[in-house]
Ligand binder design. Sequence first.
Ligand SMILES: [Zn+2]
Ligand SMILES: [Zn+2]
Ligand SMILES: [Zn+2]
Length: 124
Amino acid sequence: MIRRLCAVVVECDRCAARWEPMQPGAVLFADESEALRAFVRDPHTDTGWRVRADGQLWCARCVAGEECALWGHAPTPWRRCRCRGACGAGRARDGGCTVEFRHCARCLRDEQRRLTRTAVREVS
Ligand SMILES: [Zn+2]
Ligand SMILES: [Zn+2]
Ligand SMILES: [Zn+2]
């Protein structure tokens, strides 16, 4: 049987990402109030989605992006690339790679930099 269903989904007002509950569950709903009930129910908070003051629904990525734009990124400490010269960036005097990585703990944006000679001396 082929049947046409009319369903409601929850999407981010900004980037149109589809909301899915943390626990496996329905993502198609019969009407808006059912969708909203599922969204507001407990597990959604773990996914980072937010209902904004203006009533818009934003996904975790958009929420994080806005927080970073407001307050700046929350970068993790720099980490040395562990390739020991294999990634092609070149080897530092201590034998390690000359590239360092870090990412923002909130929006997950990656950042990388080349070690300067003084930085190499500091970490070695
Ligand atoms: Zn979004
Ligand atoms: Zn960030
Ligand atoms: Zn490397």
